[in-house]
Write a protein that binds this ligand. Structure first.
Ligand code: NFS
Ligand code: SF4
Length: 665
């Protein structure tokens, strides 16, 4: 990019902490993700439109007016479909392999072979056991847990039949999936079949290919991801519990680079699998280690998270969040991080270069993920607490090597940790065990609908600057927002998960409900695998209406006034999530741009035909206001079909209003 077009930190992020840290890093000549994006620009158009194929050595082939087919004769739609399917497979594999890791540890914990881990949520254990048709009465919890763990593990390698948790979806949805032949048989099998079908010269009908894409995506949402969430909840506790002291137990937390401490040992955990980070949290409270830290001149040990590992330990322990995806390098460039411990997924290789300029020790811990220049300390789950303690000790030893630190002051306050069980409890009380107040508030119009706003950051769009205005516009229009992943972190930083500030920005109806119930209008439901919580919540909304016709919102997820969005997506996992939401009947909008637009027919399938075929479809709207508009229009259309609409205007946000809101906030 020419100098004159160079963007400054204000253009690149909405978040003040990011802006100031970015400017400092630029002054210090530290290379960041944005610099590398500039160096990559202009990026390849063929790749951006999805019409580049490298599936065999007759290629690479790209589609243009001059060459409308690949060497083998593949059309643009075939190539786009292959690429899209492989993104789904990679995303589903990532979530699911995470689930598999958890299942292994779960079984060892049940057998007493993984000291430090235990079966915490027995109620949920029994509930999940029943889903697997296991006998629960009078069973020893560890014995039952071992069976649940083994049943969960079998879901990955199953060859025939149907994934067990599919049956949590509304009946009509299950019937549709069976008619289309897209019910997943086993998690691994569906991923393998995507790889087979997209090999050179196999499936060359984009519609047929996408049936398998759907099956693999469903294997993620209703399989691998859901298993990860459920087993983690049983092992580490379901967020929000114990219910009777609910208010005390919603983790209060802080988010942004400002949570790093200038006088404590800072350890940042980053990645996705909370198995080790749970133990790091425990180790950091160890009196002996705290004493060691004091002797090293520190006032304590501060654990903070980045990305979904952060979300996992936040929603269960209230551990602060240092930032979302685009802030990982900045955390190190504050000079205040003694150690960054990473596991898998969304970890930029650029970290090791930034760490070279500081005293920060970058540590990889998974045999699946190493980074040249980083120390590898293989995490041993049979000795997890000692693994964690050894790392904390090393971080303490590193503390005296600190040179200058430069931590931005900004941090947002939030409450977080809304599992679907907890939302249920907050709304109706556990004794009622249902979502009826939510349905009833939707029917009487106080809540217009529900939006899931999820996903990553992407340096191609201004950081957090799509998430935040979108969420603000949705709540101003009485849409309850449920969030996960880096999008949730964006809102936490901006104060949108703090009941007091957020309620000022909510529409009258939504505010009234949230005040009565005592929740913010923007709910943090956890990490990206926890999107499965949203699937269950939506299924519950359908079920409540089926049990009581006065509360009916139709008999399928596709009837509900709900919508989904990934405003700043970047990862293949986001594509897998998008497809399983769409295939579950949810209208889903992505920002940034989608790598499919080079396939006209394929794009039409996803954006239009799916509305009839799957009851949910895709859309792409990079601008937050346009994104809010299509989501709210969809919600209103669903309200109309349900016969519960009342004419009302959409509150449009112009720049003036945004500024006012910002000033008030
Ligand atoms: Ni989800 Fe969570 Fe963040 Fe995107 Fe990465 S951390 S798993 S993929 S970047 S939201
Ligand atoms: Fe080209 Fe076909 Fe080979 Fe793809 S599979 S690289 S389109 S020849």
């Amino acid at each position: 990019m020419a100098k004159s077009e160079e963007k400054n930190s204000q253009d690149r992020s909405l978040d003040p902490a990011t802006q100031s840290s970015m400017a400092d890093a630029q002054d210090a000549g530290i290379e960041l993700v944005w610099d590398r994006l500039d160096a990559q620009s202009p990026q390849c158009r063929f790749g951006a439109e999805g019409i580049c194929c490298r599936a065999c050595a007759m290629g690479p082939c790209s589609i243009s007016a001059r060459s409308e087919r690949g060497v083998c004769g593949a059309t643009a739609d075939t190539i786009v479909a292959r690429n899209f399917l492989r993104m789904i497979a990679s995303g589903a594999a990532s979530h699911s392999d995470h689930g598999r890791e958890v299942a292994h540890t779960f079984i060892r914990a049940a057998r007493g072979e993984a000291p430090g881990y235990e079966i915490k949520d027995e109620q949920k254990l029994r509930q999940v056991a029943r889903l697997f048709d296991l006998e629960v009465e009078g069973r020893d919890k560890n014995e039952l847990a071992e069976e649940v763990g083994k049943a969960a593990l079998r879901e990955f390698g199953k060859q025939e039949g149907e994934l067990t948790l599919i049956k949590r979806a509304p009946e009509r949805r299950q019937r549709l999936w069976r008619e289309l032949g897209v019910v997943p048989r086993g998690v691994d099998r569906e991923v393998v079949e995507v790889m087979h079908r997209t090999h050179m010269g196999v499936d060359q009908d984009y519609q047929n290919m996408m049936l398998q894409g759907t099956r693999a995506a469903l294997a993620d949402g209703w399989g691998g991801s859901m298993l990860a969430t459920e087993l983690q909840d049983i092992m580490f506790g379901t967020p929000g519990q114990p219910w009777p002291e609910a208010e005390r137990d919603i983790p209060q937390m802080e988010a942004n680079l400002g949570v790093l401490s200038d006088n404590e040992v800072n350890i940042v955990v980053h990645g996705h699998e909370p198995l080790l980070s749970e133990m790091v949290v425990v180790a950091a409270r160890d009196p002996e280690l705290l004493e060691m830290a004091r002797q090293a001149g520190a006032e304590g040990i501060n654990i903070a998270g980045i990305c979904c590992t952060a979300n996992e330990i936040l929603i269960r322990h209230g551990v602060p969040v240092a930032g979302n995806f685009l802030q990982q390098e900045l955390a190190i460039s504050t000079g205040a991080v003694e150690m960054m411990v990473v596991d898998v997924q969304c970890i930029m290789q650029g970290l090791s270069r930034v760490a070279e300029d500081f005293h920060t020790q970058l540590v990889t811990t998974s045999e699946k993920a190493r980074i040249p220049g980083a120390q590898h300390s293989q995490f041993d789950e049979e000795d997890a607490l000692n693994s964690a303690k050894a790392l904390v000790k090393q971080a303490i030893d590193n503390f005296p090597k600190r040179r200058g630190v430069n931590i931005p002051a900004d941090r947002g306050e939030a409450v977080a940790g809304f599992s679907h069980e907890y939302i249920n409890y907050m709304l109706g009380g556990s004794f009622r065990g249902s979502y009826w107040p939510l349905n009833s508030n939707i029917i009487d119009g106080r809540i217009r609908g529900v939006a899931g706003v999820v996903g990553c950051n992407n340096p191609k769009v201004s950081h957090d600057a799509v998430h935040i205005p979108l969420v603000e516009e949705l709540i101003a229009n009485d849409v309850l927002v449920v969030q996960t992943g880096c999008s949730a972190i964006a809102s936490a930083k901006a104060g949108l998960m703090r009941p007091e500030t957020a309620l000022e920005k909510a529409g009258d109806g939504l505010r009234e409900v949230c005040e009565a119930v005592g929740i913010p209008p923007v709910l943090h439901a956890g990490s990206c695998v926890d999107n499965s919580r949203i699937l269950i919540a939506l299924s519950e909304m359908v079920r409540v209406g089926q049990d009581n016709s006065r509360l009916s919102l139709g008999d399928d997820i596709s009837d509900l006034p709900v919508a989904g969005a990934a405003p700043e997506w970047m990862s293949e996992k986001a594509i897998a999530i998008g497809q399983y939401f769409v295939a579950s009947g949810v209208f889903t909008v992505f920002g940034v741009g989608m790598p499919i637009l080079g396939g006209e027919e394929f794009t039409k399938l996803l954006f239009e035909d799916y509305a009839d075929q799957l009851g949910g479809s895709w859309a792409c709207e990079p601008d937050p206001s346009d994104m809010a508009a299509v989501m709210i229009d969809h919600i209103d259309a669903k309200r109309k079909s349900l016969g519960i609409e009342e004419a009302r205007e959409r509150t449009l946000f112009d720049m003036e209003m945004r500024r006012e809101l910002q000033e008030e906030g």
